[in-house]
Design a protein around this ligand. Sequence first.
Ligand code: 5GP
Length: 113
Amino acid sequence: MPTIFTRIINREIPAEIVYENEDIIVIKDINPVAKIHFLVIPKKEIATLNDISQENKYLIGEVFFSIAEIAKELKIDKDGYRVIANCNTYGGQEVFHIHFHLLAGELLGPMKN
Ligand code: 5GP
């Protein structure tokens, strides 16, 4: 069964797409917790951070390269931003297709909660 993010990638369900290339897609989070809240998602279905392997580890570099580019494009690079990846139960992961939350546009406060 494809993940909800794969269904977005396949245009089966709608999302606000910010950026896309061969390896990743960046969408607006449906339930934003900051003025800017994007999800940076490798297109390959990797369930959790624990499943990053020798074979797919380059995708994480792609993720952070795209974040740096988006930050410059949106001019949030100087003020700053936060990147979060939740893993499994204690991390509060809800969607088991790895993704990185990019939060920006305001002072984000303490890291926990
Ligand atoms: P997690 O808790 O797994 O790190 O985060 C999953 C995120 O995906 C949540 O912030 C949630 O709001 C977002 N999300 C879940 N379903 C959808 C959807 O259908 N569309 C979009 N754009 N975001 C979603």
